[in-house]
Design a protein around this ligand. Structure first.
Ligand SMILES: *Cc1c(COP(=O)(O)O)cnc(C)c1O
Length: 479
């Protein structure tokens, strides 16, 4: 958009006396707010006509980058395509207009969707029962840990206060454990990037409540020693927790319930194709193995004969308002039904193939600290040739000039120049090849014209920002 008018802030478009609305007079007469609740001066809002407002925000929205604009290989976030049929289903009045307190006889269809999603997740993961109440992955972790604590307490085993978390774990794992009032103990990774079983052995005793694992782990590697780890953890009386935020590579291939996990969460807003980013809405269902169902939070949807009911309870765990983010559940269930059993099984292998293809095509110019097969994502440690001084941050910024979203950078913390790439299963070979050639071009620039990369981005509406200044001294209002 070259028109200078629309690169401006809405305050700069303000024109005294312009109005974008006209409210009808109040036929019931006025209501005077008590004076102590009234402003002394008018709020300083921009004054614009309706069409200017519409154009301003429509043009601003064109500056957004999303999965619908281009390739978005943000590792650990699974930015996969969100088919529009999911949105159409969630927007149907039968789903969007139900009230959480309306009589169950009047919303049997909505409850059927809810119940069937609970059952589908059990079938996909091999766990006995699911709650859809938690609103996000981290909320699911907290719920799962509360379940684990309730389980230990029910057995009179109150001394279990520790949660073991791998050093490569997502930051939400230790955070959730801490919020749950549990103590975090870190288990090391071996040089090949998987859990160090010997280190774990030394940490296990009767004060451990749970071991949290992510599989494939944050480096995109399948943890090969899970059966052995599960046996050790169970032998000491603790439970196995599975962080299934990124279940993508596992869909239809293997199931956490079959690996010895007791409790897990899933991010519907990653693996099950409901849009996320910008803070929501999400859904982080939690599943438990047989024998732990009674610890799941209420309310939940149950089926009695042909009728669906909502079961509530005053005691036990409560983690959110009503039954969770129902619109997200409708989208996830639509996604599962549109793919069906057979196609759902293709998700994992295709995501894995795409990630390995990119990794192999770029490993001669980018530093690959952990070689071998990855699952749905992998980590480079910056450019192979570090002599140019071009960093991962520079490469990420330069990618924006070529119309690609940057990968996840500087996470996981195991490598200084981490660049975590996750292509997902939806991308065509043409898109992936285009990304590979741009990544190679940036590597060439780093060598021949490093300043081009270091000063990127050049073609975005806003150039390189000072991240530290922005974080320490944010300017949040128009002056
Ligand atoms: C995204 C993610 C989470 C947290 O999920 P939120 O919905 O953002 O709270 C937890 N663990 C892993 C491995 C993740 O990738």
């Amino acid at each position: 958009m070259n028109n200078k008018l629309y690169g401006k802030l809405i305050f700069e478009l303000s024109h005294e006396g312009s109005r974008a609305y006209s409210l009808p007079g109040n036929e019931f007469g006025g209501y005077e707010l008590p004076s102590e609740m009234r402003r002394e001066a008018d709020a300083e809002l921009p004054e614009c006509d309706e069409l200017t407002v519409v154009r301003h925000y429509t043009n601003m929205s064109g500056n957004n980058f999303g999965v619908d604009n281009g390739f978005y290989p943000l590792g650990s976030c699974t930015m996969k395509y969100n088919p529009y049929i999911n949105e159409e289903m969630a927007a149907r009045r039968e789903f969007s207009a139900v009230h959480p307190l309306q009589p169950v006889d009047t919303c049997q269809g909505a409850l059927a969707v809810y119940y069937n999603l609970q059952k589908s997740l059990s079938a996909i993961t091999g766990l006995s029962e699911f709650t859809l109440n938690p609103f996000a992955g981290a909320h699911g972790e907290l719920t799962g840990l509360m379940i684990i604590r309730a389980y230990h307490e029910s057995r009179g085993d109150g001394k279990r206060v520790k949660v073991i978390v791998p050093d490569s774990a997502h930051g939400t794992n230790p955070a959730s454990a801490a919020v749950c009032g549990l103590e975090v103990v870190e288990v090391k990774s071996t040089a090949d990037g998987t859990v160090d079983v010997e280190d774990l052995r030394g940490l296990l005793d009767d004060t451990v409540a749970a071991m949290m694992m992510t599989n494939p782990n944050t480096l995109g590697l399948f943890e090969p020693r899970i059966p052995e780890i599960a046996e050790m953890v169970h032998a000491c009386g603790a439970l196995m927790y599975y962080d299934g935020a990124n279940l993508n590579p596992m869909l239809g291939v293997c199931r956490p319930g079959d690996m010895g996990f007791d409790v897990m969460h899933i991010n519907l807003h990653k693996t099950f194709s409901t849009p996320h980013g910008g803070g929501g809405p999400g859904s982080g269902p939690v599943g438990v193995r047989k024998g732990l169902e009674q610890f799941l939070p209420k309310p939940k949807v149950v089926k009695n004969g042909d009728r669906y009911d909502i079961e509530t309870a005053d005691d036990g765990i409560h983690v959110g308002a009503f039954l969770g983010n129902f619109c997200v559940d409708v989208k996830a269930y639509t996604y599962i039904l549109t793919l069906g059993r057979e196609n759902l099984k293709m998700v994992g292998p295709l995501a894995t193939l795409n990630a390995n293809y990119i990794k192999e095509c770029l490993k001669d110019v980018y530093d690959l600290p952990i070689t071998g097969l990855c699952k749905h994502e992998f980590v480079f440690n910056g450019l192979k040739d570090k002599s140019t001084g071009v960093t991962t941050m520079d490469v990420a910024k330069r990618l924006l000039d070529f119309g690609f979203h940057a990968p996840t950078i500087y996470f996981p913390l195991l490598f200084h120049e981490a660049m975590m790439i996750e292509p997902t299963e939806n991308e065509t070979k043409e898109t992936i090849d285009a990304f590979i050639s741009v990544m190679r071009e940036i590597a060439r620039e780093a060598k021949d014209e490093p300043e081009t990369v270091k000063s990127a981005p050049h073609d975005t509406p806003i150039g390189r920002v000072d991240d530290v200044l922005a974080a320490k001294h944010p300017v949040l209002k128009f002056q």
